[in-house]
Design a protein around this ligand. Structure first.
Ligand SMILES: C[S@@+](CC[C@H](N)C(=O)[O-])C[C@H]1O[C@@H](n2cnc3c(N)ncnc32)[C@H](O)[C@@H]1O
Ligand SMILES: [Zn+2]
Length: 306
């Protein structure tokens, strides 16, 4: 079996025939290894590309952390990692501090990285939340944001009851469904915004192999006074980010479906947590299973030159 006929999860490294269907019926979504979703898989690639480009010196804030990707966010700067959630008990989320995005417990200009996926649509005063993000970022700081989004005006009503919310916003605990004015809202609250999708950065065959949604937007934000973000820096670092993801791949069972067993044996690799992988990545990269690495690199350069 070759790597080209399988899917690979860049979060946990699991290699499988396909991603599983979600309970709501979305096909090719759930990783059978770590249960991450499409958005998490694209997030880790952008994150690794960013981390390779910038050396964070400040706090790393993980808002409403998800079990699968938090170890990778923490690995960016473990000594300054802070996870928060307004209501950690709600989803059984484990956090360092129970706090609201509308009132972050960190100093102004102290934060190198803030990751906030699928939270703003829960917050009645999202302007306050957005201005808090702008307040805490340092001059080189980056916020990675994602919200459910559709191509029409934002529809919102924090006073709507649960049934109406479900009907209008897709979930009983959402107070809005964001649309075309989302970027303007961020800008109004002190953020410079670069919109990016998997299709912008990855060739189609990698979009399929990594199980990401081609048009699913991520908003990379910096403070307005530090200038717009240069997307080329992320694009340029993606092959490296993919290599890091493949380093994780060799650590899990199932990798032998694409890697020669003697390669695995010679690596003496055991299943390991993601933070350790991050630390060992530099040391390991020269010993990575060449066949899998080359296959992905080829895919990337073929697509990039199209
Ligand atoms: C859909 S979940 C987040 C999922 C996760 N980030 C991911 O991408 O898989 C939404 C979370 O936002 C949290 N939340 C809602 N309002 C918040 C606020 N004002 N500040 C911080 N977290 C909030 C909820 O408690 C809930 O845990
Ligand atoms: Zn996975």
């Amino acid at each position: 079996m070759s790597v080209t006929s399988t899917v690979v999860c860049p979060v946990c490294g699991r290699v499988s025939d396909r991603f599983a269907t979600t309970p709501t019926g979305r096909v090719n979504a759930l990783c059978p290894g770590c249960h991450c979703l499409e958005r998490h898989r694209f997030m880790v690639l952008v994150l690794e590309a960013l981390a390779a480009e910038r050396t964070p010196t400040g706090t790393v804030i993980d808002v409403a952390p998800s079990r699968q990707v938090s170890p990778l966010i923490k690995a960016v700067r473990p000594e300054s990692y802070l996870s928060i959630d307004f209501d950690p008990g709600a989803d059984g989320r484990l956090v360092d501090v129970a706090a609201s995005l509308t009132d972050l417990p960190v100093r102004t200009g102290s934060t190198s990285l803030l990751v906030c996926y699928h939270v703003l649509e829960h917050i009645p005063d999202d302007h306050k939340a957005m201005s808090e993000i702008a307040r805490v970022l340092d001059t080189d700081g980056v916020a990675l944001l994602q919200v459910p989004w559709r191509d029409r005006d934002t529809d919102e009503d924090p006073s709507a009851g649960p049934d109406e919310r479900l009907e209008r916003f897709g979930q009983a605990d959402h107070v809005r469904f964001y649309g075309t004015d989302f970027v303007a809202r961020l800008e109004k609250n002190g953020l410079a915004v670069t919109e990016v999708t998997p299709a912008d950065l990855l060739p189609p065959d990698l979009v399929t192999m990594l199980g990401v949604i081609p048009g699913e937007k991520v908003w990379i934000c910096t403070r307005t006074d530090s200038g717009a973000f240069d997307l080329e820096t992320v694009r340029g670092r993606l092959p490296e980010a993919l290599t890091a993801a493949l380093a994780r791949m060799v650590s899990v069972s199932g990798a032998d479906t694409v890697l020669a067993s003697d390669t695995l044996e010679s690596l003496h690799l055991a299943r390991a947590d993601a933070a350790m992988w991050r630390q060992r990545y530099e040391a390991l990269r020269n010993r990575l299973p060449v066949r899998a690495m080359i296959a992905v690199r080829r895919k990337f350069s073929r697509g990039a030159s199209r």
